[in-house]
Design a protein around this ligand. Structure first.
Ligand SMILES: C[S@@+](CC[C@H](N)C(=O)[O-])C[C@H]1O[C@@H](n2cnc3c(N)ncnc32)[C@H](O)[C@@H]1O
Length: 334
C-alpha cells in the first residue's frame, strides 16, 4: 500500500513477502511469551513512550555508544566522503529520530532520503522536519518490520547511487545468521559504487558494557519495563510492571548483552484468549539481545552477506567500528 499525501512525503507500508512469513503481532507475542525462556522481541520496545525513553538513553553518561560513534564519524567523515557517492539515495535503516542522517544531508551528497522504521509516528515526524530543513531533498519513508526481512518498495536498479545507513549498532539486535541475511538483502539492492555504512559495537570491559544497559538513573529500566504496557495493550494481557525488575547481563559465550525482566515473585499472567504465563520468583523474560561483534566477527557478517570491499573506521581504545562496505564489479553480477 502506498499512501501518497498531498504536500507530504510518501510513506509506504512494507508488506510481508508472503503469507507464510506473515507475523501477526499478537500471535508473535504469545508464541514468544509461551516459549522457554519466555521472550518479547525488542521491536515491541518502541511505542511512543519507548521511543522517548530511547532518546533519553542516548544522552546518559553510561550509554557510551552514541558518543563513541560520533567521535569515529567526526574523525573519519572526510575519508568516508571520499568513498561515498554523490547525489545519492540515503536509506536510513531503523531511522529513529533521524538525527544521525543530518551528517550526510549537511554534506550535500543526498538527493533523496528514505527512512525505514517500525515506529510510524516517529518516522512521519522525521520526514516532516527533514522536508522543512532540506527543501532540495526528497523525503520518503517505509513503515516496516525488519524482522520480516528488508521490505524496500524500490527498484533494485536505482536511478541514483545508494547509501544504506545503519547506525546505532542496531544490527546487534539480530541473531548473527539473521544479521547476515538482512545485510545480504541490502547488498541485493546495491551496485558497484553504492555503499553500506554500518555501525557495529564490539566487546569492551565487562562493567562498562553492563552499565551501558543498566544506568544509575533507571532510564533503561523504565524503557525495558515499558514493553509490558505494550504487551498489555496489544494482547489485553495482565502484566503488572511493578512485579518485575530490569536486569542486564553479559553472556560471554555468545558475546551479547541480554536485557531481562525478572519476576519478583511467583505469578500467573493472563495473555488473553485464555492463555496464561506462569513465572516463578527470579524467572525471567528476555527482551533484547545486543551482540557485541569484535572486528573479525563483524567482517565475517559483512563478507557472508556478499560485501567484498570493506573499510573499518574506529578510534584508539574502542571496540566500536563503523564499516564502509561496497561490492566490486564481479560481485554485483552474481
Ligand atoms: C536503537 S534505535 C536506533 C535509532 C537511530 N538509528 C540511532 O542510531 O539513534 C532502533 C530503531 O530501530 C527501530 N526498530 C526496532 N526494531 C525494528 C524492526 N523490527 N523493524 C524496523 N525498525 C525497527 C526502532 O523503532 C528505532 O527507531
Amino acid at each position: 500500500m502506498l499512501d501518497t499525501l498531498q504536500h507530504a512525503p510518501r510513506v509506504a507500508h512494507g508488506a510481508p513477502p508472503s503469507t507464510l512469513q506473515w507475523r501477526d503481532a499478537c500471535q508473535e507475542l504469545r508464541w514468544g511469551l509461551l516459549a522457554t525462556p519466555p521472550s518479547i522481541a525488542p521491536k515491541f520496545l518502541y511505542d511512543a513512550h519507548g521511543c522517548a525513553l530511547y532518546e533519553a538513553i542516548t544522552t546518559l553518561p553510561e550509554y557510551h555508544l552514541p558518543r563513541v560513534e560520533r567521535a569515529i564519524l567526526d574523525r573519519h567523515q572526510g575519508a568516508m566522503l571520499q568513498l561515498l557517492p554523490r547525489g545519492a539515495e540515503l536509506i536510513d535503516i531503523g531511522s529513529g529520530d533521524g538525527a544521525k542522517a543530518r551528517r550526510w544531508l549537511d554534506a550535500g551528497i543526498v538527493r533523496r532520503y528514505i527512512g525505514l522504521d517500525i515506529a510510524e509516528d516517529w518516522l512521519r515526524e522525521v520526514l516532516r522536519r527533514g522536508r522543512q530543513r532540506y527543501p532540495g531533498v526528497q523525503f520518503d519513508g517505509v513503515v516496516t518490520d525488519l524482522t520480516w526481512g528488508l521490505q524496500l518498495p524500490l527498484p533494485r536498479e536505482a536511478e541514483r547511487p545508494r547509501i544504506f545507513w545503519y547506525p546505532g549498532s542496531s544490527i546487534g539486535n539480530f541473531e548473527p545468521a539473521a544479521a547476515t541475511a538482512l545485510l545480504a538483502q541490502m547488498r541485493a539492492h546495491m551496485r558497484p559504487g553504492d555503499a553500506l555504512v554500518l555501525a557495529v559495537d564490539g566487546p569492551v570491559e565487562h562493567a562498562r558494557m553492563v552499565h551501558a544497559y543498566d544506568d544509575a538513573a533507571g532510564v533503561t529500566a523504565a524503557f525495558n519495563l515499558n514493553v509490558l504496557n505494550v504487551v498489555n495493550r496489544t494482547l489485553g494481557a495482565s502484566f503488572d510492571a511493578t512485579a518485575f525488575r530490569h536486569r542486564a547481563v553479559f553472556n560471554a559465550e555468545a558475546s551479547r548483552i541480554e536485557m531481562h525482566l525478572v519476576s519478583q515473585h511467583a505469578q500467573a499472567i493472563a495473555l488473553g484468549t485464555g492463555q496464561v504465563l506462569r513465572l516463578q520468583a527470579s524467572e525471567h523474560i528476555v527482551t533484547e539481545h545486543s551482540y557485541k561483534h569484535a572486528p573479525a566477527r563483524a567482517e565475517q557478517l559483512l563478507r557472508g552477506a556478499g560485501f567484498d570491499q570493506l573499510q573499518r573506521f574506529g578510534i584508539d581504545g574502542e571496540a566500536y567500528g563503523v564499516y564502509l562496505a561496497r561490492i566490486g564489479h564481479a560481485e554485483s553480477e552474481r
